[in-house]
Design a protein around this ligand. Sequence first.
Ligand code: COA
Length: 291
Amino acid sequence: MSPPPYVAPVVQSTAVFKDDIFKGKVLFCTGGGSGICRGMTEAVMRHGADAVIVGRKLDRLTQSARELSEKTGQTCIPAQADVRKPEQLQEAVAKTIEKFGKIDFVICGAAGNFMAPVSGLSENAFRTVIEIDTIGTYNTIKATLAYLRKTKGAYIHVSATLHYRGTQYQAHVSAAKAAVDALSVVIAVEEGPHGVRSNVIAPGAIADTEGASRLGNQIDTRGFSSALGRIGQIPDVASATVFLFSDVASFISGQVLVVDGAGENVRTSQLPYPQAVLDPASVSSMVKGKL
Ligand code: COA
């Protein structure tokens, strides 16, 4: 197969946004110990914020916090909590307030995933993912909302695109992420008058993440599953995060920002892609009228 006709550049947010736009701000990020959420945290810190990363594995969190602090020159601390346990989240929030005195931004990113058909999914397996993704997001909102009202802060919830259609072996995650999307809109409407914004970032397949490795060979790493010639990278999602938390997004709330190189739209294509675009004559037998 020939290479993609165009490959979008991967652009770090620091190449576009000033490095002090989040000076004095504090980020609270669940799932921030690794993968996409760690990348989102790093990007926000590179623009001047301090951060608390929350997760279940203290070793990983501690190491990530140290590395994030070293890389960005800001302060990142770990807070161990399972998002399924409200009291643990409240402790993580208390630790944040004790250290930094406030919270400006929250990323609800902790998630669970594995591939399983409904026929092989136990009630406990389904519930486990709903509890981590959906109820974990609810618990995180409940634990942080009062602080975000004080700072007129913002939420970003990390969702997905797989529930926009029936994605096989992803019933549990599809149901969980659809609920997260719905929750975000209600928060946007209810909390807007308090100055709090709420948006969703929906990454497509992102390389070098636990999610990608769990979805295994379903992911086309050659780039043909997006319109922009490559699979998503963590900086794509991180830069979207910086934009949505920044003041230029102050009138954007209740939205879903899909970061997938139009991959979701390509998935709907009835015609071979991108061959049909590059050479319309190749599909003349399938298209009525003159090309
Ligand atoms: N297929 C079917 N069922 C599975 C499964 C699989 N691949 N993996 C786990 N389950 C089931 C378990 O069998 C169990 O159900 P059972 O009690 O009926 O047997 C249920 O899911 C809970 O599993 P358990 O391992 O006890 O839960 P946990 O809380 O320790 O782990 C998970 C949660 C399962 C979501 C685990 O994958 C995880 O910790 N993920 C976090 C990281 C992650 O997924 N990141 C990617 C985000 S996109």
